[in-house]
Ligand binder design. Sequence first.
Ligand code: PEP
Length: 252
Amino acid sequence: MTTRPFVVGNWKMNGLRANLAEARAIDRGAARHPGVRVAIAPPFTLIAAMAEQAETMAIGGQDCHVAASGAYTGDVGAPMLADAGAVFTILGHSERRANHGESDALVRAKAEAALAAGLEVIVCVGETEAERDAGQAETVVCAQLDGSLPTGEGVPARVTVAYEPVWAIGTGRVPSVADVGAMHRAIRTRLLAIYGEDGAGIAILYGGSVNPGNAAELMAADEVGGALVGGASLTAENFLPIVLAAAGPPSE
Ligand code: PEP
């Protein structure tokens, strides 16, 4: 992996204006690790304020609608995210797929909308525990990649994939480093099939119960280009050691 490691905090439905101070602490800490690209995806309500205050890290959304605007009560269009200062959006998170019935086709349509608005996209894929137990993990993930990823001229440079086994999200359980490496290799193979040689440059993040204690070994696994972090991204105390782990050992 030649690109900078990418460490993204997904704040999910957490965070009030009072938590902007925590985001500032993360931002200032991230400045000490220029070799790592650090980002936070806060709830929509905090994007503009966080983007105004961030000096180092990128700010993104957690979802977007397929339409740019219109009669879609409660939804947010990708141009609105960009207007608020977001530079990327997460799409296809398993909580959206499970709680909002999002299909691969919908995730791809959202990704196309986000790209059209000038955003980068982080497309999430991952198997359930039952699918892994049935030996279907790679098949399921590859089908999600085939169905969810946008294609087209210039697209690969603006796409990141996050592999997040559903059973590892928020549970404190993580796959073995060998299993993470095997899945990331399978994802890389699929990206090369989808995008040709441009698929080689796409960052593949690992997500699912990453914490300061396990980040270094997970990010050292084959083809892991960074991390998508939920719970441990909410405080500088927990998130910055993960950024440090992504930076790797200091050079001699
Ligand atoms: C996530 O929801 O993207 C995630 C990885 O959560 P956690 O780190 O809390 O498992």
